[in-house]
Design a protein around this ligand. Structure first.
Ligand code: G1P
Ligand code: ZN
Length: 543
């Protein structure tokens, strides 16, 4: 096998963010960019000689071509064995599952998650380590350092691998195995959940509409829901992974999953609506005319997880990202178990899961998961909901209302200001940060500020410190506003404002969240001058 060594130079803009590196497709696939980045990963993880890796992606435009390049580069680095999902497909949670099951050194996942795909959309690549989870800070910094000093990359002169055909082929010294992307994952789900009870639920006429948004989860949802669990054909909509997601923006929120929200608000709504994002790690669950907020969803899943065979003993501990509502804290308190508050991004849950400190974890951004893999898992959350519904024999509305009555309701919303000029967004954060210490005791809108800080997290397992993870402002009466800039956007800056307030009184649980949070929303505007800084009169997306 010949290896071509191509001289190159560092390229700007290759710093991995919350979940790998994301860019506009054209920029990522510009000659040299992908190659430089892959070589930096290979060098950053200490080489690939003699190692095995999993490769998969969400099916978006450019994935198959990029995978052939990756295969050539791993062969050049001396990798021994590659496991690739058929047609290059593996949802993020399925990739995590396969990495763990097959004990590989890591995995390469081609995805820009919920960002739009296609030639004019976004492209992305993230590297996951041997526990199946996103690379921690130490690894991403090593990768970044390698991007700064790179001088050449290696490409093996080998034939392309036919990704559509199952089976194993040889390329140089390396073997390449193309696998069914669904099988391992479906088997794991069968171990965790009461498939018999869920099957009976569907047989009794329960109706679910699952929107796979033309992205990675279609084949998984069809095989598991319609195949193994007997849900009627048509339960899964937009079930074919398409390179441009059929023009859909595969982010399960009220704006982009608009059709599903409409279906669920109609008089003939099915019993449950659900959707997942581009690479299948996010989830959204809706009852009839009742979208379940992700922060509530993870709390409800935690409170009822013991109803699923895989979690029969109940969770050992729980974790949520800092901006996620504190509904989960109440469940942890009730169960008498620990609650960890981590920075945004799934990678911070990895150590807690590996150390056996937590069983379930979640984020307000439609992410929920458990110790079964090391990524958040959209279909898993839907199956756990189905398992709970099957065992409790109640509707989603009854379960959600019952949860609020028992634990109180944490009204919650997130306001996103997208594609804001980077300097303006940074100025807002810098200015607020500069005033943070002087805020307690002052008023914002109609509320008095009780405390404020710049969130930092000391990892209880490895002692590492993550600083500047969001500005927190606590108001009298327990309300909270959190400000942070997104680490996953590809255009300008995205300002996220997270707003929350607790309501104990069940008579006041029926309000619209925006209405219930009005004083907090106004206080957040007063304290941070969002309109003035961003030049926007309202958020682009409200979730
Ligand atoms: C967003 C979400 C975060 C999630 C990440 C990856 O990151 O807010 O919770 O872990 O996507 O899916 P952000 O754009 O806010 O940095
Ligand atoms: Zn995703």
């Amino acid at each position: 096998m010949d290896i071509e060594t191509v001289p190159t130079e560092p390229i700007a803009g290759q710093k991995p963010g919350t979940s790998g590196l994301r860019k506009k497709t054209a920029a990522f696939l510009k000659p040299g960019f992908l190659e430089n980045y892959v070589q930096a990963i290979i060098d950053g993880i200490g080489g690939v000689a003699g190692e095995s890796f999993v490769i998969g992606g969400d099916g978006r435009y450019g994935n198959k071509q990029a995978m052939q390049t990756l295969i050539r580069m791993l062969a050049a680095g001396g990798a021994k064995h590659l496991i690739i999902g058929q047609n290059g497909l593996l949802s993020t949670p399925a990739a995590s599952c396969v990495i763990r099951k097959r004990g590989t050194k890591g995995g390469f996942i081609f995805s820009a998650s919920h960002n739009p795909g296609g030639e004019r959309g976004d492209f992305g690549l993230k590297y996951n380590i041997s526990n199946g989870g996103p690379a921690p800070e130490s690894v991403t910094s090593a990768i970044y350092e390698a991007t700064q000093t790179i001088s050449a990359y290696g490409l093996a002169e080998i034939e392309p691998v036919d990704l559509s055909t199952l089976g194993t082929v040889e390329r140089g010294e390396m073997t390449v195995e193309v696998i069914d992307p669904v099988a391992d994952y479906a088997e794991l789900m069968g171990e965790l959940f009461d498939f018999e009870a869920i099957g009976k639920l569907f047989a009794s006429g329960f109706r679910l509409s699952y929107d796979a948004m033309n992205a990675a989860t279609g084949p998984y949802a069809k095989a598991i829901l319609e195949g193994m669990l007997g849900a009627p054909e048509g339960t899964v909509v937009n079930g074919e992974p398409l390179p441009d997601f059929g023009g859909l923006h595969p982010d399960p929120n009220p704006v982009h999953a608009h059709d599903l929200f409409e279906t669920m608000a109609s008089p003939n709504a099915p019993d449950m609506g659900a959707a997942s994002d581009g690479d299948g790690d996010r989830n959204l669950v809706l009852g009839k005319s009742l979208p379940v907020s992700p922060s509530d969803s993870i709390a409800i899943l935690a409170a009822n997880a013991h109803l699923a065979p895989g979690y029969a003993k109940g969770p050992v501990g729980l974790a949520r990202s800092m901006p996620t509502s504190r509904a989960l804290d109440r469940v942890a308190e009730h169960l008498g178990i620990a609650l960890y508050e981590t920075p945004t991004g799934w990678k911070f849950f990895g150590n807690l899961l590996d150390a056996g400190k937590i069983t379930l974890c979640g984020e307000e951004s439609a992410g929920a998961g458990s110790d079964h893999v090391r990524e958040k898992d959209g279909l898993w959350a839907v199956l756990l909901w189905l398992n709970i519904l099957a065992r409790r024999g109640e509707s989603i509305r009854e379960i959600v209302k019952g949860h609020w009555a028992r634990f109180g309701r944490n009204y919650y919303t997130r306001h996103d200001y997208e594609a804001v000029e980077t300097e303006r967004a940074e100025a807002l954060m810098a200015e607020l940060k500069g005033r943070l210490e002087s805020l307690p005791g002052t008023t914002a809108g109609s509320l008095t500020i009780e405390a404020s800080d710049d969130f930092a997290y000391r990892d209880p397992v490895d002692g590492s410190l993550a600083e500047h993870q969001g500005l927190r402002i606590l108001f009298e009466g327990g309300g909270r506003a959190v400000f942070r800039l997104s680490g996953t956007g590809t255009e300008g800056a995205t300002l996220r404002v997270y707003l929350e307030r607790f309501e104990a009184d069940p008579a006041k649980h029926g309000m619209d969240a925006q209405e219930a949070l009005k004083p907090i929303i106004e206080a957040a505007e007063a304290v941070a001058k969002i309109r003035e800084h961003t030049g926007r009169s309202e958020p682009d997306v409200i979730t």
